[in-house]
Design a protein around this ligand. Structure first.
Ligand code: SF4
Length: 467
């Protein structure tokens, strides 16, 4: 019997969510949000949604699936016909709250001044406690998400404006959040005090502003990058223009270092640093830390490409494409029969035998989570005739789960939690294995250890994990 199954080909931490918002009266805000979500699709493939306001009312369309599946010509033109001046959107992979249409975002809540639409990227570590407190006061929830807890807190706090309501709630909310909020006349962006998840601002050539998780979301609508929203900062955009407000200061910043390693698109810039160039530096440092005699450097596409370029450049070993990725596979596909399951990684990655035959190959990947895919990749390369396979990883061993908006496994499922690099090398069948060190990660990037979260490598979480 044919069966649709969810296949975890990539053995990666899963991206969390992407948020987008645009304030541009007289322009196609729905069309821009649609394009922005397309650019941010890598941050969440489970559901997508757009909310739009015309200054009085709000309309929304959201559902499970990719942006291209949720929106068609009819639904987009219906939203566009609404004549909106502000829109916000969201792509989601569920990190808190189950995978269900009701949990798709943007969330729309009613509050004393009208409707509030909210798109959230991150994870609130004290959401259960806040939820319980709200329920004790008689509040009823429609979803199981921590994002609704934020929306409900904002809606129920007795403040004269939405900015003041958000500000009043920030002391209570602990965890990671990059928010795009929309009222009938304002677009607001907020980052948590430690700045764990990214959010940036751009200006449109014909007037108006854009908020997006990454700069690739600005580029696609022709917006000029202005700056990243600072940790603990609120950006308010309305008819009087853009203004900023520092609403919380935390000495400890904790931007997610994994955005540079894997989550963000290589063409995005974060705080002035281009992600591709940063990954090249990781690759170069990896080559210095773990040199090897070899004939070729190949990436595990696509996430290993930038680091492989850096490794090849630093080591002087020829860069080549040795694995081809099928880019048309979603997360669920029809499995013809159970006994084909073992070969499922070949659906995603196929070797070029003519490139690999008889060669000593360095294969670069960004991370190893469970190790299952790494073992299959080594086997594929050896079956294709590679004489030696040396695996190099452009991040330190992933040993701890993330509790800040990334879907990860429990520690027991993370291979590096219970195995040394040498044991992992033996398990995946590689001739050698080398990980970038934490020191090398920071040294190569020039980033400050004190401004970043690297808890999945070192277990030093920026919050006490009560829940
Ligand atoms: S633990 Fe920290 S560094 Fe790792 S994925 Fe989560 S936020 Fe990012």
């Amino acid at each position: 019997m044919l069966k649709g199954i969810s296949c975890d080909f990539e053995d990666k931490f899963r991206e969390e969510c992407g948020v987008f918002g645009v304030y541009a009266p007289g322009q196609d805000v729905v069309g821009m949000t649609y394009l922005g979500l397309f650019a941010l699709q890598h941050r969440g493939q489970e559901s997508a949604g757009i909310a739009v306001t015309d200054g009085e009312n709000m309309e929304m369309e959201k559902d499970m699936g990719l942006v291209s599946q949720v929106f068609d010509e009819k639904s987009l033109s219906e939203l566009a016909d609404f004549g909106g001046t502000i829109a916000c959107g969201h792509v989601r992979y569920s990190t808190a709250g189950s995978s269900h249409p009701v949990n798709a975002q943007p969330l729309v809540a009613r509050y004393r001044h009208g409707a509030l639409a909210l798109s959230h990227n991150g994870n609130i570590v004290n959401a259960s406690k806040l939820r319980q407190e709200l329920e004790d006061k008689g509040h009823m929830f429609q979803t199981t998400t921590d994002s609704e807890v934020i929306a409900s807190l904002i809606a129920q706090v007795g403040k004269p404006s939405v900015e003041e309501a958000i500000e009043a709630c920030m002391d209570d909310i602990r965890g990671a959040y990059a928010l795009v909020c929309m009222t009938k006349d304002k677009l607001i962006g907020v980052r948590d005090p430690k700045g764990i998840r990214p959010l940036c601002v751009g200006r449109l050539p014909e007037g108006g502003y854009v908020l997006a998780s990454e700069t690739c979301g600005l580029d696609v609508v022709g917006a000029e990058y202005l700056e990243d929203v600072k940790p603990g900062e609120m950006v308010i955009i309305d008819q009087s223009g853009l203004r900023k407000k520092e609403i919380s200061t935390s000495k400890q910043k904790a931007f997610c270092i994994f955005e540079f390693i894997y989550f963000a698109r290589p063409d995005s810039d974060i705080d002035g640093s281009n992600v591709h160039m940063m990954r090249r530096k990781f690759g170069a440092e990896l080559a210095r830390e773990h040199p090897v005699e070899a004939d070729l450097v190949i990436p595990v596409p696509d996430s290993g490409i930038s680091a492989a370029v850096g490794f090849a450049h630093e080591s002087g070993i020829t860069y080549a494409e040795g694995l081809i990725k099928n880019r048309y596979i979603g997360r669920t596909f029809i499995l013809p029969s159970q006994n084909l399951r073992e070969t499922s990684v070949r659906i995603k990655l196929n070797p070029i035998k003519k490139v690999l035959e008889g060669k000593r190959v360095v294969v670069i990947d960004d991370s190893i989570v469970r190790g299952t895919t790494s073992a299959k990749i080594v086997q594929i390369l050896k079956d294709a005739g590679a004489k030696e396979v040396h695996m190099r990883i452009s991040s330190p061993p992933v040993m701890y789960p993330c509790h800040l908006g990334i879907d990860t496994r429990s520690s027991s499922e993370l291979i590096a939690y219970s195995h040394s690099p040498e044991e992992i090398r033996s398990i995946i069948g590689a001739d050698s294995l080398g990980y970038l060190s934490i020191e090398g990660l920071y040294q190569a990037s020039g980033l400050s250890l004190h401004d970043h979260c690297a808890a999945c490598f070192d277990g030093e979480y920026p919050f006490q994990l009560e829940e």
